[in-house]
Design a protein around this ligand. Structure first.
Ligand SMILES: *Cc1c(COP(=O)(O)O)cnc(C)c1O
Length: 453
């Protein structure tokens, strides 16, 4: 291959190494100057080609300083997840290979490793052997895949052929979601043709978990959507109890476990998702808790045929094979071979490594919460897994504190509204967060707490 290409890749490696080397000294969020400097990108689309090295240099020199330090140890905003070294390295290899994961004939290696991932994920989550997985961009898409499967399956049970007859004359499906359901669940339901009037809301307790006694009526035409890990406070619905109620009636249960489903892999945390094997479908992210890097979502269905019946496509030019054709499990055809990356992580960490990662995130979260409480913060939702919410004595003070912390850029966290009150939300989800990262962050939390009334 030509020298220019190789030199360019060498440069990309240098820039990446430089970034990784600097990450622990970087501020958690870009400073004003770096953000203003982004105006350098405001130019007209060039007429002529330019030197590749120059483009990469322009990107690195003006882009790197305007990144959030998500691969560092002090980014606690949203639920971003860090980036494991093996994930990063295998992403490079995957990008270099540029394999299309739609069909086996397009990439035997992608097909092979996706099959292995399916087997390993089912084993890791202790699900029934006939389960299937699909690898998608993230939980938002995984939820769409799972709920479309649930919808078609429920109709089929009612003797209604949805694929033939469509939405217009379809009988009713009783959808039940939590008062605290993630926004992506609501979007998925809208996309799948469910209106607000089709949906019943299950009330939750003060931490955001569904109260079984207050669950709306469930029947065999019900699609019940549960949550393993509330995006704000991290609470888990009582999955075992709710699955028992739903399964007795013959309802379909989906669990949105974008980050929390991974509790299943740890002896200390698995109680949080006890009974999850009774559910019919699951959505989760490898790019959050597992630190796979974007984008790596997983849809899991305990009934393989139900998933592939809903999502597989056929066309004259497509050549199906006896081996796994990745496109039959998801909504996309052409896509990145996420299985290569996921396989690398599972192979490198092994069951023990995954458990250690989950336990470390949970321990760090508890430590963080304990120390914040010592400073004087109120813990609004306890750190059951890797998320929690705090507040100060009054909303004004909480807001001032958050501004102070965000301006300091020592660490970064965001806010939410909980029980109509302004709160600070923390998510500890990077493998690279150390006790000293938390201690350093606590100093700024303390300083802010003492600064405002
Ligand atoms: C993040 C999240 C989602 C959406 O996942 P994406 O990977 O961002 O698409 C859905 N549900 C919960 C509980 C989440 O935390």
């Amino acid at each position: 291959m030509d020298k220019q290409y190789l030199d360019l890749m060498e440069k990309a490696k240098q820039y990446s190494t430089h970034y990784i080397n600097n990450i622990h000294n970087m501020s958690a969020f870009p400073d004003e100057l770096s953000i203003q400097n982004l105006s350098i990108f405001d130019e007209n689309l060039p007429n002529q080609s330019s030197n590749m090295q120059d483009v990469l240099k322009l990107l690195y020199e003006n882009g790197a300083t305007a990144t959030s330090a998500c691969i560092g140890g002090r980014y606690f905003g949203f639920v971003t997840g860090g980036l494991l070294p093996i994930a990063h390295a295998s992403q490079w290899i995957t990008d270099t290979w540029n394999q299309n994961n739609a069909l086996y004939v397009m990439s035997p290696i992608s097909s092979k490793l996706e099959s292995i991932c399916e087997k390993w994920i089912i084993e890791l989550f202790k699900l029934n052997k006939n389960s299937a997985i699909g690898l998608v961009t993230g939980s938002s898409n995984a939820i769409i895949c799972a709920l479309a499967t649930a919808r078609n399956h429920i109709y089929k049970k009612q003797g209604y052929d949805f694929v033939q007859n469509g939405m217009r004359n379809a009988p009713k499906i009783n959808v039940v979601i939590s008062e605290q359901a993630h926004v992506s669940v609501k979007t998925a339901l809208t996309l799948l043709g469910f209106g607000k009037n089709d949906i019943q809301i299950a009330p939750v307790d003060e931490f955001g978990a569904i109260i079984p006694d207050k669950l709306p009526e469930i029947d065999s035409n019900t699609l019940l959507i549960l949550q393993a890990g509330n995006v704000n406070g991290g609470s888990f619905d009582p999955i075992n109890t709710l699955c028992d109620i739903a399964k007795e009636k013959g309802a379909w249960v989906h669990i949105d476990g974008a980050f929390g489903l991974w509790a299943r892999t740890s002896k200390k945390q698995k109680y949080l998702v006890e009974g999850m094997e009774k559910a019919d479908s699951f959505s989760t992210d490898a790019h959050k808790t597992l630190n796979a890097g974007y984008d790596c979502g997983i849809v899991i269905c305990s009934d393989k045929e139900a998933l592939t019946d809903t999502l597989s496509s056929r066309g004259e030019y497509l050549q199906p094979s006896e081996n796994r054709d990745g496109m039959n499990y998801v909504t996309e055809m052409s896509r990145k071979s996420r299985g290569i990356i996921l396989w690398s992580i599972l192979k490198q960490l092994g069951k023990q490594g995954i458990e250690d990662l989950i336990d470390k995130l949970c321990e760090n979260t508890k430590y963080f919460a304990e120390k914040l409480e010592e400073i004087g913060y109120t813990i609004v939702t306890p750190p059951t897994f890797n998320q929690f919410i705090i507040k100060a004595q009054n909303p004004n003070k909480t807001e001032n504190i958050l501004n102070h912390i965000q301006k300091s850029k020592v660490c970064w966290c965001g806010n939410s509204i909980w029980n109509k009150e302004f709160v600070i939300r923390l998510s500890v989800c990077s493998h690279s967060t150390t006790k000293s990262d938390i201690d350093k962050s606590l100093e700024i939390f303390k300083e802010a707490f003492e600064t405002y009334k």
